[in-house]
Design a protein around this ligand. Sequence first.
Ligand SMILES: Nc1ncnc2c1ncn2[C@@H]1O[C@H](COP(=O)(O)OP(=O)(O)O)[C@@H](O)[C@H]1O
Ligand SMILES: CC(C)(COP(=O)(O)O)[C@@H](O)C(=O)NCCC(=O)O
Ligand SMILES: [K+]
Length: 257
Amino acid sequence: MLLAIDCGNTNTVFAIWDGDQFLATWRTSTEWQRTADQYYVWLTTLMRLQNVDVTIDAVIISSTVPRVVFNLRVLADRYFNCRPLVVGKPDCALPVAPRVDIGTQVGPDRLVNTAGAFDRHGGNLIVVDFGTATTFDVVEKDGAYVGGVIAPGVNLSLEALHNAAAALPHVDITKPQSVVGTNTVACMQSGVFWGYIGLVREICARIKAERGSDMLVIATGGLAALFQQTETLFDVFEDDLTMHGLTVIYRHNKEIA
Ligand SMILES: Nc1ncnc2c1ncn2[C@@H]1O[C@H](COP(=O)(O)OP(=O)(O)O)[C@@H](O)[C@H]1O
Ligand SMILES: CC(C)(COP(=O)(O)O)[C@@H](O)C(=O)NCCC(=O)O
Ligand SMILES: [K+]
C-alpha cells in the first residue's frame, strides 16, 4: 500500500492509495520540527480510528519545504521499511521532464500537479493551485511543465495587510456582499476577493494569448471553489489533483524500475 505525502508551506496531506483509490486522506500543519515518531503516532491513530487496516510498504513525498523531508524519510525508513521516492530528487523520474531555465528548482508541487493533470486531460493546460502561494502551471501538448506564474496566496494577501497596517485586523476570506465595503473587514475582503477574481481571469487570458491557443484551465486547492461559485474562472475543479499526480509519478517509477 502506498502512502502519498504532499507537503505545502502551510499544510501537509497524507493519503493512502490501494492501487485503485484513496482509502483515506488526512491533513496536518507543516512543521519541520515534527519527528518521525510523532508522524507515526498521529498516522496510526487515525488509521485505527477509521479502520484503515493496511500495511504501508511504499512512500512518495512532494515537499515545497525542504527541511521537512528529513523526518519524513526517517518515517518511511524506520516504520515502513522502505526508501521513499522524493519528487524533484534525481532518483525520482518524471513522466515528462520540465522545460525551464537551467538551474531553476521548480516547486515539486507544480511538477506533481503537471503530471496529474496531464494524465487526466492530456496537454495544453493551465493548472491553478490555491495554496500558500497561488501558482499557475503551464502544461504543453507533450505533458511538459514549461513555466507559469506565482502570485501571493489569498490568505497570505490578507495576512500581509494585517501585518503591515496597525489598524487592519486579521480577516478570513469570504465572498463580500458588495464591492463597496462599509466597514474595515468588508473593505479588506472586497479587495482580496474581487482582486483575486481579476487576477485569475487576467493571468489565464494572458497565458492563452501569449501561447496563441485556447487551453483547459484546471483548479485545485480548497479556496478555488469559493471563487468558482461567483464567476466561471475554471473549466474543471479537482481537489485531489496533487494526490493523483503523486500516484502517477509513483506508477511511472515502478514501471521503469
Ligand atoms: N476550503 C478552504 N476554505 C478556507 N481556507 C482554506 C480552504 N482550504 C485551504 N484553506 C487555506 O488556504 C491556505 C493554503 O492552504 P493549503 O492549500 O493547505 O496550502 P499549502 O499547500 O501551501 O500548504 C491556508 O491558509 C488554508 O488554511
Ligand atoms: C511557489 C511555491 C512556494 C508554492 O508552494 P505552496 O503554495 O504549495 O506551499 C512552491 O511551488 C515553490 O517553492 N516553488 C519553487 C519555485 C518555482 O516553482 O519556480
Ligand atoms: K500552490
